[in-house]
Design a binder for this molecule. Structure first.
Ligand SMILES: Cc1cc2nc3c(=O)[nH]c(=O)nc-3n(C[C@H](O)[C@H](O)[C@H](O)COP(=O)(O)O)c2cc1C
Length: 448
């Protein structure tokens, strides 16, 4: 039990037909799930009935014929979340948009709209995009290099946040009797000129009741962590085991504290999947059976995605892992570097590397009691503030909602009902006062 002040946070990835190769084969996943609004709404409503903090939609603007099914044919995230917003009432709605191929003005406007449509439930997952091919879809010859992407991301987010504060919260009196629609003093230009962007503003939309959308961030390289520590309300990373999760959370919060931020307001929410059965033995047996059935060629493609879709099929699987360290530098850098480091340190073959990194082993395999106890252990030790649940198998999602959530509630770790109206509220994050209102206050007080 906790004293009830610190609560676990739960998000769920709406993964459609699956972000790995075989998920779509499950009989309960409609073959068109990734383009089927009814499926999305039903899944989001179920997460809402279980009192989840939010649902989340991943994004990536580049595919190949080998890309996993969900990415091949899917609804655009913000359009999708706008539809889910009107079919739900409490659950937060978060989506990825890349800072490498959009303009801050568009992104600010889209998320501000979602935030109003959902009445304060929007969240933006900031990524820089690891796939070089994205460049070809946005009129560029080459992808930005990794360091440049992260410099651009920081400026991008600061511009978006500046635009979100274009209107103070009392800017629109809408006083029909007096004929005053806008209080012009409450509207502010941005006049930003930086390394990458030049944006005048103001943005043409007001703030929602949560002030600004929540900022999520998912990047695991040291540049990615630095950005997360600076801008994120919550971060997503992969967490292979307890030690990795704890080390990550300490690193993230240490970096945030060094920047003068409250580390308790930068939430570490690793992406995890669970394997749930009635007993630990049954869960372990199912997990073994799953990995035995995996197609090695497809697993090679999944490993290759981390290295900008490098084709690992050209190598002898039983020879030492090939030297691809140069390919890790500009793709999914943090994850790719982890693979290269482990393969080198432990002298792994390509086959062993695939088994370790492409098979998506879970640290949460067992009965509902075992998985809940493990989540409690990670949470109480400070390794996680919550999780973002990725459920390749819908049976596991169903069991998590039905069996694990009530145990977490009984332990006092998770809400029994929503007590807040906004995503910021669910996550225990403060309301961000409009910067212009805050800046004007000392002047107003001095004048009194
Ligand atoms: C739960 C979770 C969700 C993620 N969602 C996305 C996403 O939607 N789009 C994306 O490009 N990267 C996403 N990422 C991040 C990538 O997997 C990868 O770690 C990151 O983009 C690489 O950044 P880095 O170069 O700083 O390591 C996600 C990661 C996690 C753990």
């Amino acid at each position: 039990m906790t004293d009830g002040t610190r609560q676990l946070h739960l998000g769920a990835i709406l993964g459609g037909v699956g972000m790995t190769q075989n998920e779509w084969l499950h009989p309960d996943i409609p073959g068109d799930a990734s383009v089927n609004i009814d499926w999305y709404i039903e899944t989001a409503r179920r997460a809402e009935a279980a009192k989840f903090d939010f649902v989340f939609v991943v994004d990536s603007p580049y595919i190949t014929p080998d890309t996993a099914p969900h990415f091949l044919n899917r609804l655009e995230p913000l359009t999708l979340l706008s539809a889910i917003a009107v079919a739900t009432t409490h659950i937060g709605l978060a989506a990825t948009l890349t800072t490498s191929y959009w303009e801050p003005y568009n992104v600010a406007r889209q998320f501000a709209s979602l935030d109003l449509i959902s009445k304060g439930r929007a969240g933006w997952n900031v990524v820089t995009t690891g796939l070089e091919g994205a460049a070809g879809n946005y009129g560029r010859e080459a992808h930005f290099d990794h360091a440049e992407r992260y410099r651009r991301a920081l400026e991008f987010v600061r511009v978006v946040q500046g635009l979100w504060d274009s209107y103070e919260d009392d800017a629109f009196p809408r006083d029909k009797a007096a004929g005053i629609f806008l209080n012009k003093h409450g509207q502010h230009r941005l006049d930003h000129k930086g390394e990458f962007f030049s944006v005048a503003g103001p943005l043409n939309i007001q703030r929602s009741r949560q002030g600004q959308p929540v900022i999520f961030q998912a990047g695991d390289s040291s540049e990615g962590r630095a950005l997360g520590a600076e801008i994120a309300d919550a971060t997503f990373v992969a967490a292979a085991d307890f030690d990795a999760a704890l080390a990550y959370a300490r690193d993230l919060k240490g970096r945030a504290a060094a920047l003068g931020r409250d580390p308790d307001k930068v939430l570490a929410m690793p992406g995890i999947n669970v394997v749930l059965e009635d007993t630990d033995q049954a869960a372990q047996a199912r997990e073994r059976a799953r990995t035995e059935k995996l197609d090695f060629g497809k697993s090679l493609v999944e490993l290759g995605r981390l290295f900008n879709y490098h084709d690992f099929r050209q190598y002898d699987p039983d020879a030492p892992f090939p030297d691809v360290s140069n390919l890790s530098l500009n793709s999914y850098k943090g994850a790719a570097e982890r693979v290269v480091r482990a393969a080198k340190a432990e002298n792994l073959t390509l086959r062993e590397t695939v088994a370790r990194f492409a098979w998506r082993h879970s640290a949460f395999v067992g009965s509902a009691e075992t998985v809940a106890a493990e989540l409690e252990r990670w949470f109480l030790a400070g390794a996680i503030d919550g999780i973002i649940l990725h459920s390749p198998n819908p049976d596991d999602f169903n069991r998590f909602l039905r069996d694990v959530v009530p145990i977490l509630q009984a332990k006092g770790l998770f809400r029994i009902d929503y007590t807040q109206a906004t995503l910021r509220g669910h996550l225990g994050l403060p309301f961000p006062e409009n910067r212009h209102t805050a800046a004007a206050r000392p002047r107003a007080m001095a004048a009194e």
